[in-house]
Each structure stands twice: as structure tokens, then as C-alpha cells.
Design a protein around this ligand. Structure first.
Ligand code: ADP
Ligand code: TRP
Length: 328
């Protein structure tokens, strides 16, 4: 069976963008592929987070993945740092990764600009670690957004280079699985762009009803159209996209018609939107609360995931060692 793999850095809670843009697809993919979903806690060290924050974020993502419907019986869900074989492959990849090519990666250049006092080697070799994550399980497909395309290109390049160097066809080149073609782009409600953690405009799956309401009522709108059937300016188009994502079609049509007739009242639209977002989030939120409080269950899931992932990783490392010339 073909293999799908995805990693997420533990940097807080999942928001609606993560859900509709990624996690929802993972839940579907686990039925048709052998899936590995892991929490990239080693990757998160590039920014030197506090130990208590890593611990909390890893648990949060794990609980939220499970609450969204990722099934540990179907998919292998694990914490990266529970599978040390990844580091061995990272070392081998680094021996054939060149300073110049790593320095040219856009996300490295961006990060170096953002954190000029902490341009560490982990940041530089981020693409090597990501390649190791992927190649260790010989993943065929990696669902990623556009921002990860260059890292994926590096992973393919490192796979090819290893094969060339040792005259083998050992690693397959992992393909990017473009979620953006299938998944929805969730807009921000602050006027422009997408919903994102770093944009500070996110509605989180764990937000309670009041918080959701507050965030939605604050959404940017305008004084309304003055001509029938006017095009929608971006903030308004974003509100409608959000309705399209979480509300019934009849709700969308109702407000769309009001808009086209210049009778729209954004207060009403936002109230309905907040209600529909809450209706969508509340069962997930309840499961998040339930699962988060069950420490023993979370530990069991992480341990079982680590075991399955280690088995697959150890097999790769055994073969790679032999190809490289280690051992008998
Ligand atoms: P953030 O930028 O909010 O920290 P990440 O970049 O960690 O989010 O996103 C993790 C995954 O969620 C990626 O696969 C990304 O494509 C998806 N994602 C994040 N925000 C959105 C959004 N607003 N719309 C659709 N998908 C999104
Ligand atoms: N770099 C990815 C991100 O920032 C996270 C990640 C790490 C990843 N290793 C991976 C994603 C392997 C896919 C496959 O979003």
C-alpha cells in the first residue's frame, strides 16, 4: 500500500485553517493509504522553546488530532523524538548536503532574517531533518502547503543523491500531495489573507462559544453595498467564504441574496456565522477536553505509535547502514 506522511510542528493549538486545510484530509487519507502522522518536536527546537511549552504543545496536538478523527488503529501517529533512527538518517543526509544549497533555501533566509541572533545549524539543516522524516518511512506522498515545496524539492534531491552515490534505487522520491487543490483555504476574518497562527487571526478548534462569538463579531466588514449585485470587497468575500465552509447552503444563499439586494446586515450575518462555527467546533471541543484529561490514554497512543514508527524506521536504517558500508 502506498504511504502518506505528514509532520506538524508543535506550536500551539489547531485552528480552523489547519482543520479544513489539512487535518480533514488526513482523516480521509487514513482509509486509503498507510499513513504516518507525526509531531515534529525536534524541528521546533530551532527557536529554542521552553521545555514546558514543548511538553504542553505536543500533548495538545496529539489530543486535537485524535479529537478530529485521526484513528491510531488506522494511522501511525507518533512523536518525532520517540524515533531516534530519524537522527541517524539525518546525519547521513547531512554528509551529502552542501552549505550553499542549504543557505539558498528561502525559509532559511527568512528565518535568518527574523532571528538574526539565533542562526543555528539546526535551522540551516532543517531540510535535511525533514528529508530524514520522509525517507525513513519511504513515504510516497507528503501532503504539504505551497510554503513547504522547496523543502520537498530538497528531500527529493537528497534521495536522488544518495541513490547516485551508492549506485542504488533505494530511496523513492517523495511526491508532494497538494492539499491546496482539494482542501479549502480558510480566510482570516481581519480583512485580508488567510487564517493563521502567526497572523494572530485564528479561531481555534478548542475555543469556547464566547471566544468564537467575540472573534467573529470583531470581523472586518464595511458599510454595505450601494448598488445591487456589486462585487464583494475582500473582507466581505472572506466572511462569505467562511459561511460557505461552515454553514448550510441555504444560509449562504440567504445572506448572498441580501447582499445582492443591498439589504445585508453584517451583524446578523456574523451572529449566524458565529453560531455555525460553534456548532461545528463544539463536538470536537468536547472530545478535545475529554481526551486531554486522559493522560494514560494519550501516553498509550504515543507509545503504540512510537513502536510502529520505530519498526519501520529501524528496517530502513538497517538497510541504509549496509548500503553505506557499515556492519558485516
Ligand atoms: P500556521 O501558519 O497557522 O501556524 P501551519 O503553517 O503550521 O499553520 O499549517 C499547518 C497546515 O495547515 C498546513 O498544511 C497548511 O497548509 C494548513 N493551513 C494552515 N492555515 C490554513 C488556512 N488558512 N487555510 C487552509 N489551510 C491552512
Ligand atoms: N516543515 C513542516 C512545516 O513547517 C513540518 C514538517 C517537518 C514536515 N517534517 C516534515 C512536514 C515531514 C511533512 C513531512 O509545516
Amino acid at each position: 500500500m502506498e504511504i502518506v506522511l505528514s509532520g506538524i510542528r508543535p506550536t500551539g493549538n489547531l485552528h480552523l485553517g489547519n482543520y479544513f486545510g489539512a487535518v480533514q484530509s488526513f482523516v480521509q487519507l487514513q482509509h486509503d493509504y498507510k499513513c504516518f502522522f507525526f509531531i515534529a518536536d525536534w524541528h521546533s527546537l530551532t527557536t529554542h522553546p521552553k521545555p514546558e511549552n514543548i511538553r504542553r504543545s505536543v500533548k495538545t496536538i496529539l489530543a486535537e488530532y485524535l479529537a478530529c478523527g485521526i484513528d491510531p488503529e488506522k494511522a501511525t501517529i507518533y512523536v518525532q523524538s520517540d524515533v531516534p533512527e530519524v537522527l541517524e538518517l539525518y546525519l547521513y543526509i547531512n554528509m551529502n548536503a552542501y552549505l550553499g544549497e542549504l543557505q539558498r533555501v528561502t525559509s532559511f533566509k527568512d528565518k535568518a532574517r527574523q532571528q538574526p541572533d539565533n542562526i543555528n545549524a539546526g535551522l540551516l539543516t532543517y531540510p535535511s531533518l525533514m528529508a530524514a522524516d520522509i525517507l525513513i518511512h519511504k513515504a510516497n506522498y507528503v501532503p504539504v502547503g505551497k510554503d513547504q515545496e522547496q523543502n520537498m524539492e530538497m528531500a527529493r534531491r537528497f534521495a536522488r543523491r544518495f541513490n547516485m552515490m551508492y549506485g542504488t534505487e533505494y530511496f523513492i522520491e517523495p511526491a508532494s500531495f497538494h492539499l491546496s487543490e482539494k482542501a479549502v483555504k480558510v480566510p482570516g476574518l481581519d480583512g485580508s489573507g488567510k487564517m493563521g497562527k502567526s497572523e494572530g487571526n485564528a479561531i481555534y478548534l478548542a475555543d469556547d462559544e464566547q471566544t468564537i462569538k467575540k472573534k467573529v463579531m470583531k470581523a472586518v466588514s464595511d458599510s454595505g453595498p450601494t448598488e445591487p449585485d456589486s462585487p464583494k470587497p475582500e473582507p466581505i468575500a472572506n466572511l462569505f467564504s467562511m459561511l460557505e465552509i461552515v454553514s448550510a447552503k441555504s444560509t449562504y444563499d440567504y445572506f448572498n441574496e441580501k447582499y445582492n439586494r443591498c439589504e445585508i446586515r453584517y451583524g446578523d450575518l456574523k451572529k449566524q456565522l458565529a453560531e455555525d462555527i460553534n456548532k461545528f467546533c463544539s463536538p470536537i471541543r468536547e472530545r478535545i477536553i475529554e481526551i486531554s484529561s486522559d493522560e494514560a490514554y494519550l501516553n498509550r497512543v504515543a507509545r503504540a505509535g512510537a513502536e510502529k514508527a520505530s519498526e519501520s524506521a529501524a528496517a530502513t536504517i538497517r538497510e541504509v547502514r549496509s548500503i553505506i558500508g557499515f556492519g558485516a
